[in-house]
Design a protein around this ligand. Structure first.
Ligand code: NAP
Length: 278
């Protein structure tokens, strides 16, 4: 039997995006599968926005069982699904597709990945004053899962005043959410500061006023690798008792996808340790 025919016999998964070659998802899912002795393939598949609808149909015809979705497709892919979970609708983004006989069901595992990682790291949210920096797709997906943990207050802050206002309107009645601009944070103090901006990818940090962290407070960054360095340096200036990057969230959100597809819960710590020793 040829390699292609052999491949058709095993379950096929992948991550779609543009660019996508840098994605750690193939490695993470290969480690999950190996730990369970499951034979599957998981590929990084580059797709341009204009080709998304046709390529998604082709992936279904080719027999793929599940697909992760990364930038720039997270917001638009929902319209190509035959159903979308409530949490993906609330987040306005889909990052996980599960195959049905006739198409794809969209879900969002990022918010669950974040709160699982905070729990894994022993970072409390209940009763705490939490600042969420950024008002893009990742911040929107994090708001409902964070509010479900009952913070004393969740402040969402951005350079652009209208984005946090729109989020506060969307999540009205779901918990103590307050919109803010970075400048208006002056004089505030938070127990936990979560960076959900993409500023680190350009080597920067949002411009923030004065000290914002209480003594003994924690900082958490959704970014990891080189993009985490500017926020890590800022957290050190704030004398953070604890600062973590988003690699754990990446593995946790992948674990939620794996559970959706295969009904098995991977050992996140083991995979995270393997990634950190690369
Ligand atoms: N660890 C994980 O599993 C995981 C999962 C998802 C996302 N992420 C990371 O989370 C970050 C945000 O992703 P996203 O999808 O939300 O991106 P996005 O939708 O493009 O939003 C980016 C946000 O960053 C802000 N921003 C960008 N450059 C800035 C700068 N120089 N100064 C201040 N603010 C700046 C934007 O501010 P304005 O609103 O003011 O324009 C916006 O609020 C990225 O670094 C991404 O890699 C990590």
């Amino acid at each position: 039997m040829g390699a292609a025919a052999e491949l058709r016999k095993i379950s096929r998964y992948g991550v779609i995006g543009q660019p996508v070659a840098h994605s750690l998802s193939p490695r993470i899912h290969a480690l999950f599968a190996k730990a369970f002795g499951i034979d599957l393939s998981y590929e990084a598949i580059e797709i341009a926005p204009a080709d998304l609808a046709a390529r998604l149909q082709q992936l279904h015809a080719d027999g793929y069982s599940g697909i992760n979705v990364t930038l720039p497709h997270k917001a638009v892919v929902a319209a190509l699904c035959e159903g979308v979970s409530e949490r993906a609708q609330i987040a306005g983004a889909v990052n996980c597709l599960k195959r049905t006989d006739s198409g794809w069901i969209g879900d969002n595992t990022d918010g669950e990945g974040l709160v699982r990682d905070l729990a894994r790291l022993g970072i409390a949210v209940a009763g705490q004053r939490v600042l969420l920096l950024g008002a893009g797709g990742a911040a929107r997906g994090a708001i409902d899962p964070l509010l479900a943990l009952h913070p004393k207050e969740l402040v969402v802050s951005s350079r652009n005043p209208w984005k946090p206002e729109a989020l506060a309107e969307q999540f009205k009645g779901r918990g103590p959410l307050r919109p803010c601009t970075h400048l208006a944070l002056k004089g505030d103090h938070y127990d936990l500061i979560i960076n959900a901006t993409s500023a680190g990818h350009a080597g920067g940090m949002p411009r923030l006023p004065g000290p914002l962290l209480v003594e003994g407070g924690s900082c958490y960054d959704l970014s990891y690798g080189k993009a985490h360095a500017p926020f890590a340096a800022w957290a050190q200036q704030q004398s953070a008792a604890k600062t973590d990057d988003g690699l754990g969230m990446l593995v946790e959100q992948a674990a939620v996808s794996f559970e959706i597809w295969l009904g098995k819960s991977p050992d996140v710590e083991a995979v995270l340790a393997a990634l950190r020793t690369r």
